[in-house]
Design a protein around this ligand. Sequence first.
Ligand code: SF4
Ligand code: SF4
Length: 200
Amino acid sequence: MYTEAQVAELLKILHAPVTDFDCGTLCAPTNDGIPLCCDKAAIVPVLYKTEYKLLRRRSRLWRSYRPTNAHQRELMQDTRNCDRLCECRGVEHCERENRSIVCRTFPFEPYLDHDDELVGLVYNFDFEGLCPLVASRHPIRQDYIDQAISMWELAFSWSETERDFYHDHSTTLRRSFGQKGRRIPVWSRQGRRWMPTRRR
Ligand code: SF4
Ligand code: SF4
């Protein structure tokens, strides 16, 4: 999918934090002191294989995920060919500059509209009720949004497969929001927008 050099470029672009405060303070107190997205028992990070190789050369932070039950082994089988399930050494050993792309993008993903245009970021609603930021009113930093959009623009310019993957995700999101009569909150370079689920 991406070369190591391309992954390095993507990592360079996105470094701003999501919020002005440490959002781990929202979820860690009810999760044994561990931010939920850094708890491998709750969420298993998926890295591109080349990303894993790159980060392994840079640091000892990452290793391959070691499943301990049947459900986790099943998860490994569902992983895309270009991806690798991984685990880090834990939040107390986190190295900001060696965080993965998914560490940096969570809990957002790119959103492509009806015309297949990347218009901004949406929450990953699979984590609604788990990550306290999802569907919340906490302000999101504009520099984070801008950097994440720039990163996805570059990523999509390099990989049609990745673009298609998120195109399909966005279509599914429109369908699910449309059924509930909800509009989709999207964080764009111009601020938050409420996107319709049907073409106007
Ligand atoms: S992104 Fe969500 S799950 Fe992760 S630390 Fe912030 S509030 Fe917790
Ligand atoms: S590398 Fe850091 S941000 Fe990523 S999961 Fe591990 S502790 Fe969390």
